[in-house]
Design a protein. Structure first.
Length: 236
């Protein structure tokens, strides 16, 4: 149902229509029942997609991604935004666990406003991702994407790279501005980590490089052990 304005509500994805279409009101419930709408009709609508919901598509049959406050995507679920035309008008999107947000369109696709991409608390093995590598033209409209989230350092071992975003598109109305200041990637004495934005072969990526380092106490014990070994050799 595309017409009309609903009251602000929290919409829960049920998938009851069995077609994976975001804009089908039969896939959403409000207070446990469908209300004939889906979360696109009020600036205060909130959408909640639970865990392992599969792939949900904002399809080519929809001309816009109307006003929505927040979209929450559970781990193991994917939201594919593939409109024939239109702007993304969402205040924030939360990617829990291994949730995925995908932008793809053979036509122009724009940002209707600044929006926040919230990765929550994530690890190297379980983190959300945003990919936008199959878009003919991304209308930036002088808007920015603000990244927020906290990297859990406790589970990090060795060294590696965490890729949070990968974007490739002709960008109109200026280059896409990615604000990474909201990512909490504070290094510790055991882990050195940093977040960076790089562009390679036309693909802009947001990545976190991390490396664990020996603890000073362990290093000192190693020196003491070597000193003792040298002392025993001298005595012999």
């Amino acid at each position: 149902m595309l017409g009309g304005i609903s009251q602000a509500a929290t919409y829960i994805w049920s998938g009851a229509a069995n077609n994976g279409i975001y804009g089908d009101s039969g896939n959403w419930t409000v207070n446990g029942s469908p209300n004939g709408y889906y979360p696109q009709h009020s600036a205060n609508d909130d959408a909640v997609i639970g865990q392992n919901a599969g792939t949900i598509t904002w399809s080519n049959s929809e001309a816009f991604f109307g006003d929505t406050n927040t979209i929450q995507i559970g781990s193991g679920s994917t939201l594919v935004c593939s409109p024939a035309k239109g702007d993304l008008n969402v205040n924030s999107i939360t990617l829990e666990g291994n949730a995925h947000l995908v932008f793809e369109s053979t036509n122009a696709f724009g940002l209707g406003r600044d929006f926040t991409l919230n990765f929550g608390t994530f690890t190297a093995s379980e983190h959300g991702s945003w990919t936008a590598t199959d878009i003919a033209n991304l209308w930036v409209n002088h808007h920015s994407v603000h990244f927020t989230g906290t990297l859990d350092m406790n589970s990090l071992t060795g060294s590696g790279t965490i890729e949070l975003a990968s974007i490739k598109s002709d960008q109109w109305d200026g280059p896409l501005t990615l604000d990474l200041s909201g990512l909490n990637i504070a290094s510790t004495s055991q882990v050195q980590a940093n977040v960076t934005q790089v562009t390679e072969n036309g693909v802009t990526k947001v990545i976190i490089n991390y490396e664990t380092v020996p603890e000073p106490a362990t290093f000192s014990l190693g020196i003491l052990g070597l000193g003792g070994l040298l002392l025993r050799r001298r005595r012999k």
